[in-house]
Design a protein. Structure first.
Length: 153
């Protein structure tokens, strides 16, 4: 199985950079399952990425989320699909569902896709994750390993 893992966010805004930590961790998990894994680290998702998706069997998106927007564990792992709606009119509003919708228009279909989001507590200028975000990241990666077992071919 060939997997593309897109970690996005700003690593110079503390916890906003959690996608840059999650993505390599997810790649390690994928490789431990015998899969081929490619990692892309970006500040934001770009429309140009949509064309690349067809060459993969599974897509994983990794990002931060603001407090209070998810479950009690401080992270969320869920399957996502194409959704062309955009909130606002700028590139910062583009989420993985929108890029998947663009990919579906280009190729007619998209691979199964998973979003891993971890709650951040600080988005101030600075490098490195807060202690709490690091803990939630570790928990999310353990849960992701369990979830990826469902995709074994």
């Amino acid at each position: 199985m060939k997997v593309l893992i897109c970690g996005y966010g700003n690593p110079f805004r503390t916890d906003d950079g959690v996608g840059h930590v999650l993505a390599p961790g997810a790649a390690e998990i994928a490789r431990s399952l015998g899969w081929e894994a490619e990692v892309r680290l970006e500040h934001q998702l770009l429309p140009e990425m949509a064309e690349e998706f067809g060459g993969f069997d599974l897509l994983i998106f990794a990002d931060a989320r603001v407090p209070g927007t998810g479950g009690e564990e401080g992270f969320d792992i869920r399957e996502i699909g194409p959704d062309p709606s955009i909130e606002g009119l700028n590139i910062h509003s583009v989420g993985p569902e929108w890029v998947l919708a663009l990919a579906a228009k280009i190729r007619g279909k998209v691979p199964p896709s998973v979003l891993v989001s971890v709650e951040g507590e600080s988005f101030d200028f600075g490098e490195g994750l807060t202690k709490a975000c690091k803990k939630r990241t570790s928990l999310a990666l353990v849960a992701l390993k369990e979830r990826l077992g469902e995709y074994r071919k």
